[in-house]
Design a protein around this ligand. Structure first.
Ligand code: ADP
Ligand code: MG
Length: 254
């Protein structure tokens, strides 16, 4: 299933906050053009894993390689939508301003030129938010705002898009639209999404990583019993809305 040149390779990774282990003995690979869901309980280490891959945190030990290089050298490969982008939205910044921020790291300039503006507007067009360019972000719905932050992440045309719980505050219709969009983006990019939406995960993604201090990587989108226990506080609800006849496997079956 894996080849010799994965886009992301994590080996024997350990990470603690103040000696409190958050991740231990984590090894897995992500192939190019994968659409990977990262699931797991609150506090399981999902956001920490994402930040390590992005180079925002340093491992205590172990290796992370992006195209064979350490994360400190590969920031340009990533577009990142952090968790909780929907808080602190009260300041009067426009949609276009937020998307333009995504162009800032292009050469470390602090002024925007016509090309930056053109690219920002082009990405906004793709995401269906071009019409909101001059609106304040606080005046958008959670789903529209999420698209603004995805547009910011895409503005520098990254190879890998990572989203940390993008649909947490989005309604069901908005969630489906967002996953449709991610599937389209996955035609040209590797997409990694941290999510609690197991049902949606199973119909859109290609693979699943279960994170609870360590990582189980599943190279397909089949829901297992262990995933439900990890990703969902309420398996009954999942089964009620999902496919109740599926035989659920545990990690031991892999
Ligand atoms: P998840 O995203 O799966 O909810 P996190 O990666 O945010 O989990 O957190 C993993 C563990 O690390 C939790 O126990 C959390 O309390 C702890 N943690 C997260 N961020 C910090 C931090 N900045 N300082 C100390 N502990 C942290
Ligand atoms: Mg998190």
């Amino acid at each position: 299933m894996t080849n010799e040149n994965p886009i992301i390779r994590v080996e024997n990774l350990y990470f603690s906050y103040n000696r409190e282990p958050a991740l231990a003995d984590v090894s897995f690979r992500v192939e190019e053009k994968d659409f990977l869901a990262i699931i797991g309980p609150n506090g399981g280490g999902k956001s920490t894993l994402v930040k390590l891959i992005l180079g925002l945190l340093e491992p205590d030990s172990g290796t992370i390689r992006i195209h064979g290089k350490p994360p400190s050298k590969t920031a340009h490969c990533f577009g990142y939508v952090p968790q909780d982008v929907n808080i602190n939205i009260d300041f009067p910044i426009t949609v276009l301003d937020v998307v333009l921020m995504g162009r800032l790291r292009q050469g470390g300039r602090f002024s925007m030129n016509r090309k930056d503006r053109h690219k920002a507007l082009e990405v906004m067009e793709t995401l269906g938010i071009r019409g909101y360019a001059e609106r304040k972000i606080k005046d958008l719905s959670a789903g529209q705002r999420e698209r603004v932050f995805i547009a910011r992440a895409l503005a520098a045309n990254p190879e890998i898009l990572i989203l940390d719980e993008p649909t947490a505050s989005v309604d069901t219709e908005g969630k489906t639209e967002l996953y449709h969009l991610l599937r389209e983006l996955n035609e040209t990019k590797t997409v990694i999404v941290v999510s609690h939406d197991l049902m949606i995960v199973s119909s859109y993604v290609k693979s699943v990583a279960c994170v609870n201090q360590t990582v189980h990587y599943h190279p397909n989108n089949e829901i297992t019993g262990a995933m439900i226990e990890m990703g969902y506080q309420c398996p009954v609800e999942l089964i009620a809305h999902g496919q109740p006849h599926r035989i659920l496997k545990t990690h031991e079956d892999f």
